[in-house]
Design a protein around this ligand. Structure first.
Ligand SMILES: [Zn+2]
Ligand SMILES: [Zn+2]
Length: 156
């Protein structure tokens, strides 16, 4: 799905569920990390995290768009558009939009599956660690030689 298709989908969902047009811009933003989407108060644009679509599919994407459209329409109408506002919670329920997005495992914890490989500079023993090691504190368990970071592996 590209930005034009996303724009068309947002416009269609806006008419279908809110019976009001979406007159601004919707784009994918790959820099969003732990959130599925974002509504920008100044430009009125909607940004969507493409990774949610790739990982969870179109239903999740539609849920995110409906959630962001709740912010959008309420804000433009001068109503309570924030998560804690009654207007917002009512509208979420009315259009059956999720209150929160499904957490993205990979994106939420980017370091969880990374493995660091260290090597002893003296005896070449390899060590795999899930976290970065403080090289000022830790030395080789066999010969007490200095360790150096050999590489950072990603397990997925
Ligand atoms: Zn929100
Ligand atoms: Zn060693």
């Amino acid at each position: 799905m590209n930005d034009e298709q996303l724009q068309a989908l947002v416009e269609r969902l806006s008419m279908q569920f809110f019976e009001k047009p979406f007159k601004h811009t919707a784009i994918f933003n790959s820099r969003l990390r732990t959130t599925g989407g974002r509504y920008l108060l100044v430009s009125h644009n909607i940004q969507i995290n493409r990774k949610y679509y790739e990982e969870f599919g179109e239903n999740e994407l539609i849920g995110i768009i409906k959630h962001e459209l709740c912010h959008y329409h309420l804000h433009l109408e001068g109503k309570g558009y924030q998560h804690r506002d009654k207007d917002f919670r009512h509208l979420l329920k009315k259009v059956d939009a999720p209150r929160f997005c499904t957490p993205l495992s990979k994106v939420a914890k980017p370091d969880s599956k990374i493995v660091y490989v260290y090597a002893c500079e003296r005896c070449n023993t390899l060590y795999r660690r899930k976290k970065k090691v403080n090289l000022n504190k830790y030395v080789c368990g066999k010969c007490r030689g200095e360790l150096k970071l050999l590489k950072k592996l990603s397990d997925f």
